[in-house]
Design a protein. Structure first.
Lengths: 269, 169
């Protein structure tokens, strides 16, 4: 009986294994398993003078998949309404598997054409997920303490990455009370309107152009803030500035590299 | 592209098929299996500078996959339910049909994860017991007893099914 059973088990297993769709295997072989994302700069708090809470962050790329070369066709500088089912599809793609998203509530979803950029966050952890027709990429970060962003301010963090040779950048962060709109101006003059919701904002663009300034809309009006190129100097170049070193570690395993959060004042209105 | 990266891409092309089918048999869900293989290959990629010098990189990847599968047994689909309030539909469900050995496979799916894993490694991959032991990080004796218990449960399940069929016909 055992020999017969073993033979049946072998046959059943091979029969079942043959049911794995070839598309699944093709998808897995096309994934780019080499992470490339880098953070362009530490987060910047933009708005009126503020004291920013310490924030140690560490970015972790979980997956970055390959796709067509014309990867970002359909992108728009202004968010577009989601198509039917777009948000649900993106949510299913982003939340599957082990990732920094697990357990984090969805804060906002930015849709531009066929692409959905979602932000998931708790007080001390956040994760972003960009989902397009042929790919999904997830990254996450942690802060050593909840970040307090005062009313009328945003905490801007910019990133650049590439996917199958196609580069894209994104900016995300916390938006303080009263911030109803954020528009980023890139160094090629492009205005990219962010999606703002639930105390967060996000915008992305299919290039490595950097952010040169940001316009923030609050009940008091629209304020504009220049975003210095590259890592910000310690309290240099801003009319009014306070800086505080981000406390890292503090029980956060893996948060070992320090970041500096700077606050800039002298906002022109 | 450097040579090391090219070697890794070759490894992925050669090993993904076996890893995916093995993962599917162990976890029983296509989406979870894809996630598992992706996580495995991400981990291998991160250590490829060491792994590529190994005699059997595929065995190393299989060990990672098996350990992750056993560590996460029962956790993956539960996590999805917690996030969404209900189980997400398996996006490949329509491509999976019925098997001739349905009863046996149902019984296999009902085995404890370690027994099912031992059965899959032993009878799908036809690994020697020593390699099953290495993949599952346990002793040879444990593999023998685990696989034997799994087979006994399968045999019992099949006997019950056959008895039921005899009664109903």
């Amino acid at each position: 009986m055992t020999d017969q059973l073993e033979a049946e088990v072998r046959a059943a297993l091979h029969e079942r294994a043959a049911r794995v769709p070839t598309a699944s295997i093709a998808r897995l072989t096309q994934i780019d398993y080499h992470p490339r994302t880098r953070r362009l700069r530490p987060p910047l708090a933009i708005g009126l003078l503020t004291t920013a809470a310490g924030a140690g962050t560490v970015a972790v790329i979980v997956s970055l998949t390959a796709g067509a070369s014309n990867a970002f066709a359909g992108w728009t500088p202004t968010p577009t309404p989601p198509s039917p089912g777009q948000l649900a599809t993106a949510q299913a793609s982003c939340e599957g598997g082990r990732s920094p998203i697990a357990g984090l509530p969805l804060k906002l979803a930015d849709t531009r054409g066929p692409f959905t950029f979602s932000v998931y966050a708790s007080d001390t952890s956040s994760a972003t997920c960009i989902s397009g027709p042929s790919f999904t990429a997830v990254s996450g970060s942690t802060a050593s303490a909840p970040i307090d962003v005062p009313a009328g301010h945003v905490l801007l963090s910019t990133h650049a990455t590439s996917r199958g040779g196609a580069a894209y950048s994104y900016a995300d962060g916390r938006a303080g009370d009263g911030v109803s709109a954020v528009t980023l101006v890139l160094d090629d003059g492009t205005d990219v309107q962010a999606t703002v919701a639930n105390g967060w904002f996000v915008a992305w663009w299919p290039s490595t152009h950097s952010v040169t300034s940001a316009r923030i809309t609050t009940p008091a009006g629209v304020s504009s803030q220049t975003v210095p190129a590259g890592p910000p100097p310690p309290c240099g170049g801003a009319p009014t500035c306070t800086s505080s070193s981000g406390s890292t570690g503090g029980g956060q395993a893996g948060a070992g590299s320090g970041q500096t959060v700077q606050s800039f004042g002298g906002v022109s209105r | 592209m450097d040579r090391r990266r090219a070697d890794f891409d070759t490894f992925v092309a050669a090993s993904t098929d076996s890893l995916m089918r093995t993962a599917y048999l162990i976890v029983g869900d296509l989406q979870d299996a894809e996630d598992l293989v992706q996580e495995t290959l991400l981990k291998v990629a991160g250590r490829w500078h060491r792994v590529r010098g190994m005699e059997h990189p595929a065995a190393y990847a299989r060990r990672i996959l098996v350990n992750r599968a056993l560590d996460d047994a029962g956790r993956r689909s539960r996590r999805r339910r917690e996030l969404t309030g209900e189980a997400l539909p398996d996006r490949h469900e329509e491509t999976v049909g019925f098997d001739e050995h349905d009863e046996l496979l149902r019984a296999l799916a009902g085995l404890p994860p370690r027994q099912r894993t031992a059965i899959v490694l032993r009878y799908f991959l036809d690994l020697p017991e020593a390699e099953v032991a290495a993949a599952m990080k346990c002793s040879l004796g444990t593999v023998k007893s685990t696989a034997a218990r799994g087979l006994a449960r399968l045999e019992q399940a099949m006997r019950t099914t056959n008895d039921t069929r005899s009664i109903s016909t």
